[in-house]
Design a protein around this ligand. Sequence first.
Ligand code: HAM
Length: 426
Amino acid sequence: MAKKIQAIRGMNDLLPAQSPVWQYLEGSVKEMLAGYGYDEIRMPILEQTALFKRSIGEVTDIVEKEMYTFEDRNGDSLTLRPEGTASCVRACEEGGLLYNQTQRLWYTGPMFRHERPQKGRYRQFYQVGVETFGIATPDIDAELILMTARLWQQLGLSDAVTLQLNTLGSNQARADYRDALVAYLKEREDKLDDDSLRRLETNPLRVLDSKNPETQALLQDAPELHDYLDAESREEFDTLRKILDAAGVKYEINQRLVRGLDYYCKTVFEWVTDKLGAQGTVCAGGRYDGLVEQLGGKPTPAVGFAMGVERLILLLETLEVIPPEVMQTIDLYVCGVGAGADLAGLLLSDRLRSEQPWLRIQTHCGGGSFKSQMKKADKSGAVYALLLGESEIEAGQVTVKDLRGGTEQQTISQDELLGWLTDNMS
Ligand code: HAM
């Protein structure tokens, strides 16, 4: 036998048994986004490498270590998108969506990062991203956060997630703070590990993210970002907090939250859970007022976030909050044995579909005994099996068997079936 070819590490198939949960989550998110008046945008998964280098930042983990970059047949450097914000800005600019307009957009699809795979961290993973353009005031930051809080509520996740909130201030404020932090850390260089020493040279704010307990202890007395904030950022952050307070959305201010992508300014936030181990951030984002200009457009305020679909699915499963009806994907299983049963089964199913399009019907194909067909009916998850034997077919009848207990098996005319199903299933 030929050797089997396996999937690429960190890139997972989504098998049929998992699809209903994905559809449930994606459906809930789409419904919510429609409820807030957001429009869908779809971008390609490949972009020019320069797009990500210029937006995410040359000295970030993503660009330095994690991108899937290759030369195509023309010798152009292309990259599988590691995130959606840069592509979304490029697409909006190219499509003329940012000229004197506001936009509220969302997208979904796979993203690619060459990270070390573990639970909740994959090399191909799915995000739902939401981006807004042209609105400079913090009411829109608040709307995005309220939207996510509503989603957690709807999905039954509220008790398992907390909101971490910070403001990075204007670019100038951040630069001043960076200088102060570098001066502080340089005096204590001998206590820093290699990773922090490297970050100190390339991207000092990322030292705040260090997982090393010694570094965290050292940071206790370091200069605080909020002491360097400009008045505008401070006021906007206060307004955001007031709206969240009034709406009853709880949050923790975390001055160490700086995010791993360079384009952020002012508001940044992360929804985190302690139920998934190390990969606990399920949704993250913030304001990126400078990015459109950095990519060649006119200065345009922007704010958005992205949620990790796999992590949210893991959380739904861990908390066991998936409604049982989500997993039930078939209502009726139509079985038939004897002369003409295959034709009768297909015709009956078709008639039911025409008359009641909401019914989900699987018609048995491939023959076999009643017993084997009933086994399949049971495994399908259907609520009722409809049985067609020769006598039923001749008399224009059908036998209805309740697969989940409850009602007695009964034989009724096919004309009556529809009324019976409406009475018993809706
Ligand atoms: P990010 O924090 O890099 O932000 O990713 C957002 C979310 O994607 C994370 O919180 C996590 O749930 C999920 N995620 C990231 N990497 C992985 C991975 N390797 N495996 C599984 N899930 C993962 C961004 O991507 C920004 N574009 C968000 C944004 C939109 N900011 C403004 N607008």
